[in-house]
Design a protein around this ligand. Structure first.
Ligand SMILES: *[C@@H]1O[C@H](CO)[C@@H](O)[C@H](O)[C@H]1NC(C)=O
Ligand SMILES: *[C@@H]1O[C@H](CO)[C@@H](O)[C@H](O)[C@H]1NC(C)=O
Ligand SMILES: *[C@@H]1O[C@H](CO)[C@@H](O)[C@H](O)[C@H]1NC(C)=O
Ligand SMILES: *[C@@H]1O[C@H](CO)[C@@H](O)[C@H](O)[C@H]1NC(C)=O
Ligand SMILES: *[C@@H]1O[C@H](CO)[C@@H](O)[C@H](O)[C@H]1NC(C)=O
Ligand SMILES: *[C@@H]1O[C@H](CO)[C@@H](O)[C@H](O)[C@H]1NC(C)=O
Ligand SMILES: *[C@@H]1O[C@H](CO)[C@@H](O)[C@H](O)[C@H]1NC(C)=O
Length: 211
């Protein structure tokens, strides 16, 4: 992540949580698989006897790591998954899922706050149900705007610049959600793929660029 991306994401998180007070009550957090199993990207549980937690939890303005453990007030329940037909799976190392010490979590790309009943964690992945999935179990396709709501990408400066203009809207059409975030690349450098007004957004969220 570039420093700017980090800043924007941190800003979002601070807005979402403010100062989280220390919790007095226990909170039940689902572990998607058993404690001696790991969840895979394919949402399967496989045996693993030596996995440990490496979760950064937002607490009182900063990220806390509980040295291979989870926060003391979290009561972990094995095999407890959120109830929606198609949960989203996300690698924890991407840091797009940010839990707070109270159990409420921020899903950065969706710009949403979710409750513990809407997710389960595991050693490497998290499964969550965004707020806007339909009762038919259909999760709308997420289309991400790189720079977030009040910024645009400046080709000249190769970075996001603050820009507020309510007449600038991106209409992603029905059954899609406009979210926020950069693509996850192996390296950290992005390439401008083309101009949005010359691109065509497909139903599955893929984009066709005529260049
Ligand atoms: C939160 O941080 C502030 C300032 O860093 C500190 O004064 C306060 O005691 C902290 N609160 C808790 C609950 O840790
Ligand atoms: C909270 O959880 C801990 C174990 O994690 C347990 O010892 C304690 O009794 C629980 N407290 C309440 C109020 O349920
Ligand atoms: C974890 O277990 C696997 C297989 O049981 C083993 O190959 C690996 O070295 C172990 N890792 C650690 C850090 O102990
Ligand atoms: C690009 O950067 C230069 C120098 O920092 C600045 O003067 C200019 O306003 C920037 N352009 C945009 C579009 O923000
Ligand atoms: C916002 O965008 C509209 C349409 O492109 C333009 O006419 C207007 O000047 C812009 N306003 C600002 C503050 O940039
Ligand atoms: C949106 O999704 C609903 C439910 O799957 C479907 O009935 C509808 O036709 C879709 N609309 C468009 C424009 O694709
Ligand atoms: C989306 O649909 C297009 C055209 O049907 C296809 O080429 C593309 O691979 C699809 N993308 C994904 C992510 O499934």
């Amino acid at each position: 992540m570039t420093p700017l991306q980090k800043l924007v994401i941190l800003e979002l998180i601070c807005l979402a949580f403010g100062h989280v007070k220390t919790v007095k009550r226990n909170v039940t957090i689902g572990k998607c698989c058993a404690l001696d199993e790991i969840l895979t990207y394919e949402q399967k549980c496989i045996k693993s006897y030596n996995s440990s937690w490496d979760l950064k939890v937002y607490s009182n303005g900063s990220f806390v790591s509980f040295a291979g453990k989870l926060p003391p007030r979290w009561v972990v329940k094995e095999h407890l998954r959120p109830r929606c037909a198609k949960p989203v799976v996300e690698a924890l190392e991407n840091r797009r899922f940010v839990p707070s010490i109270t159990g409420t979590a921020m899903i950065v790309e969706y710009d949403q706050k979710i409750t513990p009943s809407q997710y389960c964690i595991d050693y490497n992945y998290v499964l969550f149900c965004p707020n806007n999935y339909s009762p038919e179990g259909y999760t709308s396709v997420l289309v991400k705007k790189c720079c977030g709501e009040n910024a645009v990408y400046s080709e000249q400066n190769s970075t996001c610049v603050h820009f507020k203009n309510s007449s600038y809207n991106i209409d992603v059409g029905p059954n899609k959600t406009l979210g926020f975030g950069f693509p996850i690349c192996g390296g950290s450098s992005f390439t401008v793929a083309g101009k949005l007004n010359q691109a065509h957004l497909l139903d599955n969220g893929s984009v066709l660029i005529n260049s």
